[in-house]
Design a protein around this ligand. Structure first.
Ligand SMILES: [Zn+2]
Length: 137
């Protein structure tokens, strides 16, 4: 894996893989630059290819300030460009997480955020940290 820095303004439309552009990973506070780990892009592309459906990144890279504003964990993997919260069209949270499990055996982070009261739709957090982490939020 390697961490790359991009400019949201200059590189926003740049394709990182067949289906993912730089801007999809940009911090939602609108800031530049955007840090993205290439291993994360590879992981998401494999998921896109497997399900054959659009993958929506609801949160990718986060600045420390934005991470704090959205209540992210201290030292969140999002702040290192290694994490994305995603949904896949017509794919349930557990189905998505179970497939991600096959791509991250003994490594990386997988957080399941199922639909529940007050949460209109679920998502899965994925990250490419070296250690293994699993949780349900
Ligand atoms: Zn996350």
């Amino acid at each position: 894996m390697s961490l790359e820095a991009y400019s949201r303004t200059k590189d926003g439309g740049t394709l990182l893989s067949p289906n993912f552009r730089v801007r999809e990973f940009a911090c939602r506070d609108g800031s530049d630059p955007v840090f993205i780990d290439s291993a994360l892009v590879d992981l998401l592309q494999r998921i896109r290819d497997h399900f054959g459906q659009p993958v929506t990144i609801t949160s990718g890279y986060r600045t420390a300030r934005h991470n704090a504003a959205v209540g992210g964990a201290a030292f969140s993997q999002h702040c290192y460009g290694r994490a994305a919260d995603i949904r896949v069209k017509e794919v349930a949270v557990d189905t998505l997480a179970d497939y991600a499990e096959t791509l991250l055996p003994g490594t990386g982070g997988i957080g399941r955020y199922p639909e529940k009261k007050g949460r209109a739709c679920g998502w899965v957090h994925l990250d490419v940290r070296a250690a293994k982490a699993r949780w349900t939020g």
